[in-house]
Design a protein around this ligand. Sequence first.
Ligand code: SAM
Ligand code: DTB
Ligand code: SF4
Length: 333
Amino acid sequence: MSTQTFNAFSAHSSSEFKIEKRCDWNIEEVRSLFNLPFNDLLFEAHNVHRENFNPNQIQMSMLLSIKTGGCPEDCGYCPQSAHHDTGVKAEKLMDVDDVLREASKAKQAGATRYCMGAAWRSPKDRDMDAVCAMISGVKDLGMETCVTLGMLNSEQAAKLANAGLDYYNHNIDTSPEYYGHIISTRTFENRLNTLSNVREAGINVCSGGIVGMGEGKNDRAGMLLALANLPEHPQSVPINMLVQVEGTPLDKVESLDPIEFVRTIAVARILMPKSMVRLSAGREEMSNELQSLCFFAGANSIFVGEKLLTTANPEVDADSDLFNKLGIEAMPL
Ligand code: SAM
Ligand code: DTB
Ligand code: SF4
């Protein structure tokens, strides 16, 4: 092992590869991980991964947009914001029966977690009963449940917990410093507040972010630092590569070097050794080789199915071909 690797890790590892679960990382440590030689970073991340997970298993989630478009928030990346002209039409909340029909197809396709997303700033109280019925219906099918509905107060979080919700997805999206460049209709603090309401209701936290939004390396480090230093590591950490959508302010932003994307996954794995790290949006534009590097670097969850919320995801057959080539199997529940 190079001296550089040894120095970079000696400050925070109890043995060569053992990295304790910590919530007190500092930005210099995170930056030094990002700056490691690529092979050293991948080697360390893969070892951390192997200590905590079967490296040949990937968890599979499926997404459904239960309420599409017309969102009052102005997130610069999002095709569903009413502030951007993207051609995504505003729809009503889906009927519970339709959602459950889609969920049973997802189960047949091998998904073990069903994630339902709504283009809301926060749910209206009048919508909560329908969402709770979706959650309990999906649970009855034998899948884990996840919803992403925007900001929640503590009463709403408690209601979702009572319905049996397993995970709440609420991304911090980028570093605190870059947040205002991407979204003006809410603050980073608002995000942390909802995460705290979710955690206090006893729901597992799914929180990650997006890279490739024109942010710098320090923002990627700052985003992962903020996630790793939450009172508890999020149980799931989705890392999205920006899907550029025409009509959004971030369309045509300079795309992120794929090697830097793999570094982001690797650093997430090292900082949050026991969390599921999801190679989330953006796989449609990634080669098999890039995805394979991400799995080696510690990603162990994906979204399956041909659609994310409004944009494309790889064909189910393409994913199973890749998994066969890599000897990867679905992670059982
Ligand atoms: N409205 C809720 C919210 O923002 O929390 C839930 C739905 S929102 C679409 C869920 C997440 O999708 C966002 O937090 C963002 O991380 C991700 N996302 C949205 N548009 C994206 C894009 N174009 N590329 C990558 N990720 C995207
Ligand atoms: C997450 O981190 N990524 C998913 C899920 N959580 C809700 C959403 C990705 C959306 C990509 C753009 C779209 O399809 O609209
Ligand atoms: Fe609305 Fe969520 Fe899209 Fe932001 S990311 S515009 S809150 S749907």
